[in-house]
Design a protein around this ligand. Structure first.
Ligand code: ZN
Length: 236
């Protein structure tokens, strides 16, 4: 996916100047805040409309669209700190994470269903893109943040839920090859794939997942499939 990123150049009035690769120290996730949109549509909008705002990438189910090149400054996390930070816990990195030292990724919402939430496929693509950028610029997982952490903006709103955000970051931090990794015990899943724990516990409690004599013997890919089925309501 990330080998094949379409580039739809942002309007030049929407972003800033050049920078060095060594200036890129943080990765910031956002959401577009729309119910039903696509990476291509967002990129096309920022290409033709002067809004004095931008992001480097838009992600949807089909993949990634680049809008601002990495080594240009996108205008994505600037502005005032939100006034409700005392209550929400946002804005803890205000003044630390800036447009100049970060790359911004916008998550689209491909399902128009009355709820603002990125699809599983979009989140998977966002993980793959994030891992690629972390590798390229040497960004550790501790420097992957939400827009919410920077200014307190409710962005992405669904990741203001700390547990949900932690589960997403756990996927980003999972070692390469995790899809092929084998998991033998529930404790192992809790430690290495916490995003799948609730689903596996549900299935083992019902005896639906018993594993082989050696253990559960579930692969990372199988865990992902089970979690998707669970979220779709297959195991109610
Ligand atoms: Zn944002």
């Amino acid at each position: 996916m990330t080998d094949d990123i379409e580039f739809v150049p942002c309007h030049s009035a929407n972003y800033g100047g050049m920078r060095l690769a060594s200036d890129v120290r943080w990765l910031v996730y956002h959401y577009t805040g729309n119910d039903g949109d696509s990476a291509a549509n967002n990129a096309a909008y920022y290409a033709r409309t002067v809004v004095k705002a931008s992001a480097h990438y838009f992600v949807d189910d089909g993949g990634v669209t680049r809008s601002v090149p990495d080594l240009y400054v996108a205008w994505a996390v600037g502005g005032q700190k939100w006034s409700d930070c005392d209550r929400t816990g946002g804005g803890t990195l205000y003044g630390v994470v800036t447009n100049a030292n970060s790359i911004s990724i916008e998550l689209c919402d491909t399902r128009r269903d009355g709820a603002l939430m990125a699809s599983e496929a979009t989140l998977e693509n966002a993980v793959e893109l994030g891992r690629m950028l972390m590798r390229r610029y040497g960004i550790p997982i501790g420097r992957v943040v939400r827009h919410f952490d920077v200014t307190g903006k409710h962005c992405p709103a669904y990741f203001m839920d700390d547990a949900r955000w932690a589960a997403f970051k756990a996927q980003l931090a999972a070692p390469e090859g995790a899809a092929q990794a084998r998991f033998q015990t529930v404790a192992e899943i809790g430690a290495r794939a916490p995003w799948a724990l609730a689903t596996v516990e549900k299935l083992t409690a019902r005896g639906a997942v018993n594993g082989t004599g050696a253990g559960l013997d579930l692969s990372g890919d199988m865990l992902r499939t089970l979690v998707i089925a669970d979220r779709a309501g297959a195991f109610q």
